[in-house]
Design a protein around this ligand. Sequence first.
Ligand code: GUN
Length: 299
Amino acid sequence: MTAALLDGKAFAGKLRGRIAARVAEMAAQGIVPGLAVVLVGEDPASQVYVRSKARQTVECGMRSFEHRLPAETSEAALLGLIARLNADPQVHGILVQLPLPAHLDADLVINAIAPEKDVDGFHISNAGKLATGQRAMVPCTPLGCLMMLRDHLGDLSGKSAVVVGRSNIVGKPMAQLLLRESCTVTVAHSRTADLADTCRRADILVAAVGRPQMIPGAWVKPGATVIDVGINRIPPPGTGEGKTRLVGDVDFASAVEVAGAITPVPGGVGPMTIACLLANTLTACARIHDLPDPADLTA
Ligand code: GUN
């Protein structure tokens, strides 16, 4: 039996439609949500993401402010820009694209963003609120994963969830969200001694390690729901000549034969990340203006 495919592209398209409708309602009251994206340097993958974020922001009816800075930008200059964006009433969300060039302290920069405008949910205050069950900005990729899981499985309570990867961007907040849903959560990583056995216990397996095709179908519990967050570019098989292709952290060909449901790469989790960023920008705008919280959009 082959697994059901969880279509993140279609899911994200529907979410963007609902966001655009709310943005139009807000615009009728004279309020237009605005998202500022800051890119330092010329990392090619980051440039693609930032372009995509700006385009989708405008398509949803929001304002987009792009700030592209040279790789040698000083920390003081970057902090100065963030201070101006924090004070700008047209800006409701601020995203500093990661990774930053090595001479910049990412923690310092992220924690300079006003927490209420931190649409990535990376600020220490939002991370702490999420971990302690308070109302927070929730990181976009884990939020998108959770929405897809809830849509497919309904109630997640009591399920065994294994998150492979412990990053601040995905692994740790994903574990917090699953715990909030009353899952029994294990956070595994590249040093976990019995990784195969640990994965095999998962009703919900979230792969976010950044290693191409690292998790084979033999590590998947029959019928499990597999969420593949990995986006890895690899050379074509054989000689390595020709076009590169995108693969996840899960070996899709073998996992699809065992899992109950799985997100493909591309077209699974990826499109949900930007849709959730737009949802967070709308949420930030509503909170800043004391409007009803649009939490139902991502519920
Ligand atoms: N780089 C890779 N993913 C992300 C993300 O979700 N937010 C930011 N700011 N940078 C990233």
